[in-house]
Design a protein around this ligand. Structure first.
Ligand code: ADP
Length: 766
């Protein structure tokens, strides 16, 4: 019969004691120490109760119902009033009641263990299972004691065995307590088995993870040896190993190439088989063979030579550009009639964003050709065109071969983008490599250093682009047929945006026309106030920006349709960025408006001249290059030569200094075209006659006052028009160019041809 007893109690946390253990305890609480001391004089027993983890406040509910009865073996009183106990844990007991507020006296009921309820076989089976499991557990966890230390064969009581396992296994406090709280022996055994099995599984997985990471390092090496072994076994058995070489050979069979090329590749494959396949030489060789097998030696796509179709595609993709389209169609017609003819290379020259790349893409589309673009901007090493020799570590084929590989056929359209931007320092070499690429005499046997075998480029249709024709290296320029793509007027930009860019950007941003609209006035404002460019790239970017913001609004705010007008444009694009450089407020002495061409479009520039007493010196400041200075000197010489006519004393020049300044905007290279502007400004300053604010001019000047032709007239006239200047003096020599300019640009403009400085002065100073 289980007995109910009153006994002194101590409460513990974090440690689990089980019957059979001898343990040391410190008792801090004064009352508890006193109770233990009293017990020492009686039965010498104490109840050990377990408190739940993490709770501070002591009450009955935070104690586990089952604790341990222990015999006090020894008591040591320490000077600080605490007490040191040595306990022999005897058996389990159930807490019945707490008898005092300080938790020192408990009523407890002994538990009679029911291990003997199991029959002999059942007990033996449980014991064996537990032993085996503990063995496995201890092998996976080197930190726990060995099985023969914990569970020697001599111990055959299931309760004792379980208590020992609970004591030694590394388990969380709650889990251990959970086990000892189960009264029935069988149930407790099952719980312990489950906990231990889970532990073994976790330990096994952990061990595996560790092993896998270590294995990976050696795996590659092992695989290599295994493959070698496999090959030699297969050889011995007389079977053919499917080696790398065999695979290459198979690909070679399928390759469309001349016998000569195939023979050469075969040799390389044989060479590979003689090399140590793990060595670096073999890896270079492997890369080489792969490149050779990927090249389109004889593979061609079929061209569409229908010029009418080409015209449709060009019109479908581009607004305006009539002249450009016409020239391209002529070129394509000649090609269609005479495919083997020595046709020149087309080079589209014009400011960025004017559709050069996109025209080239359309041509490829129209002809049914594959399209590859090689960006030559910044290329300064010949090797980038022609490849590295294979002796270099990390050697690679050049751009041209890479482009062919990408195209997969030997007759693609290859766009050589920004051919004028090959870097200047090694330009000679890069240009000569390009020349070999483009020259139809040589390019059927183009040699890439990496590939080594001559490659036929004669079927490739090359088209080049450049921003400025004068920067194209001379020999290349001679091989090219230049087609100029000039900047767009605001009106053209508007149409391009309306008919092409909007659609493109809507699609790109996943917007339907029912969800967004940008009205005409807003488009025009974007062109005027948010972009300053010759092409439409920035404009397209701005439209893209609006689309992204609109998409967000539709998603976040559930707006059905976003409408962009001039009123709300600022919320999409921020403050306006540009204001057109307008004409001067009033007519001034010594200030003349010139016109300049820049790669991003035309611009006006103010030439300012001051005359002051001095020693006949001339000073030039501002944005000036050498050419401009020479041009200024020529202008001044001319003025001195005509001084008597304007009643200027010769001594004037000896007693005055002349200061010419160009505030901003001009590009030095464009120097000479400011010749007549500077001379006019000087003359105005000397004579004190103001120059009309409604006049702009461009033209080069000779020593004898002749006005010479200049370039970029379309852009310059556009710039004048934007600034609101109606009257423009242009060189008579440029008459033919002016006639080519569309009426849309010339409309409302008073263009006056001049051939001599005399005429210029007559119009400007009156
Ligand atoms: P580039 O090569 O001259 O620097 P891109 O061909 O990259 O210019 O053109 C920039 C963008 O403007 C492209 O999206 C292009 O389709 C578009 N674009 C330029 N000109 C036109 C045009 N005339 N019609 C339609 N879209 C154009």
């Amino acid at each position: 019969m289980p007995v109910t007893k009153t006994m002194p109690a101590i409460i513990i946390r974090d440690v689990v004691v089980v019957p059979g253990m001898t343990v040391n305890f410190s008792v801090i609480k004064k009352e508890a120490a006193k109770a233990c001391e009293e017990a020492m004089h009686a039965e010498q027993l104490v109840f050990v109760a377990y408190q739940r983890e993490g709770v501070k406040l002591l009450n009955k509910d935070v104690l586990y119902p089952i604790g341990m009865i222990a015999a006090i073996k020894q008591i040591n009183k320490l000077p600080d009033r605490t007490m040191q106990l040595v306990l022999d844990v005897k058996s389990r007991a159930k807490m019945v009641d707490v008898l005092d507020d300080s938790f020192t006296q408990f009523k407890v009921k002994e538990i009679v263990e029911n291990g003997d309820d199991l029959d002999r076989f059942e007990k033996e089976a449980c014991l064996r299972n537990l032993r085996e499991l503990y063995l496995e557990y201890s092998l996976l966890n080197p930190k726990v004691p060995k099985v023969f230390d914990v569970l020697p064969r001599t111990v055959d009581d299931l309760d004792t065995v379980m208590n020992r396992v609970v004591n030694h296994a590394i388990l969380p406090y709650e889990v251990k307590i959970g086990i000892i709280q189960i009264i029935d022996v069988k149930e407790r055994f099952e719980k312990l088995l489950k906990v231990l099995t889970d532990e073994v599984e976790v330990s096994r997985i952990r061990a595996n993870i560790l092993k896998n990471t270590q294995d990976k390092v050696t795996k590659n090496q092992r695989e290599y040896f295994l493959r070698e072994q496999l090959n030699s076994i297969k050889k011995e058995l007389g079977e053919d190993a499917v080696s790398e070489e065999a695979q290459f050979m198979e690909e070679l069979e399928k390759l469309e190439a001349s016998d000569e090329v195939k023979e050469k590749i075969k040799k390389e494959i044989n060479r590979l088989s003689s090399l140590n396949s793990a060595g670096s030489e073999a890896s270079v060789e492997r890369g080489y063979i792969e490149t050779l097998l990927e090249l389109p030696w004889d593979k061609m796509s079929e061209d569409n030579t229908d010029v009418k179709h080409a015209a449709e595609v060009l019109d479908r993709d581009h607004y305006g550009l009539e002249k450009v389209k016409e020239r391209i169609l002529e070129f394509l017609s000649v090609r269609a009639l005479n495919s083997r003819g020595d046709s020149p290379i087309i080079c589209l020259v014009g400011p960025p964003g004017t559709g050069k790349t996109s025209i080239a893409r359309s041509i490829a589309d129209a002809l049914g050709k594959k399209y590859v673009r090689l960006s030559l901007g910044g290329v300064r090493d010949e090797a980038e065109i022609r490849g590295h020799r294979r002796t270099y570590v990390g050697a690679m084929p050049g751009n041209i071969v890479a482009g062919l590989k990408q195209a997969g056929v030997k007759n693609p359209l290859m766009l050589l983008d920004e051919i004028d931007k090959t870097s200047a320092d090694h330009k000679g070499d890069v240009a000569s490599a390009l020349l070999e690429v483009l020259d139809s005499e040589q390019n059927s046997k183009f040699r890439d250093h990496f590939v080594g075998i001559p490659i036929d480029l004669s079927e490739v249709l090359f088209i080049a682009t450049a921003n400025s024709a004068s920067d194209i290296p001379g020999p290349l320029y001679d091989r090219m047929e230049i087609i100029e793509v000039s900047s767009y007027t605001a009106n053209e930009k508007f149409h391009i945006a309306k008919e092409f860019l909007l659609k493109k950007q809507y699609e790109k941003n996943g917007l339907k026309t029912s969800q967004i609209s940008i009205n005409d006035a807003a488009l025009k404002r974007i062109i005027e106030a948010y972009t300053k460019e010759a092409g439409v790239r920035e404009l397209e970017r701005k439209i893209g920006e609006i689309c992204r913001k609109a998409a967000r609004e539709i998603l976040e705010k559930g707006t059905k349709k976003v409408t962009v007008t001039t009123k709300n444009l600022e919320t999409f694009l921020g403050k306006e960025k540009y204001r057109a450089d307008l004409k001067n407020k009033k007519d001034e002495v010594g200030i003349v408006r010139g016109l300049a061409w820049t790669p991003v479009g035309g611009t006006t520039l103010s030439v300012e001249v001051n005359i002051m007493p001095g020693k006949g010196e001339m000073e030039l400041t501002g944005q000036m290059g050498d050419v401009m200075k020479e041009s200024a000197l020529a202008g001044l010489s001319f003025i001195r030569s005509i001084a008597p006519k304007y009643k200027i004393a010769q001594t004037f020049f000896e007693q005055h200094d002349i200061h010419i300044h160009i505030p901003e905007g001009a590009v030095p290279k464009d120097g000479p075209s400011a010749g007549i502007t500077m001379a006019t400004a000087v003359m105005s300053a000397i004579t004190g006659i103001p120059v009309s604010r409604n006049l702009a001019m461009t033209g080069e000047i000779t020593l004898r006052g002749r006005v010479l032709a200049v370039g970029g007239l379309k852009e310059k006239i556009l710039a004048a028009k934007t600034a609101g200047i109606k009257k423009v003096l242009v060189p008579l020599e440029n008459k033919a160019d002016i006639e080519e300019i569309s009426d849309e640009i010339k409309e409302g403009m008073d263009l006056i041809y001049v051939s001599s400085m005399k005429e210029v002065l007559e119009i400007a100073l009156w």
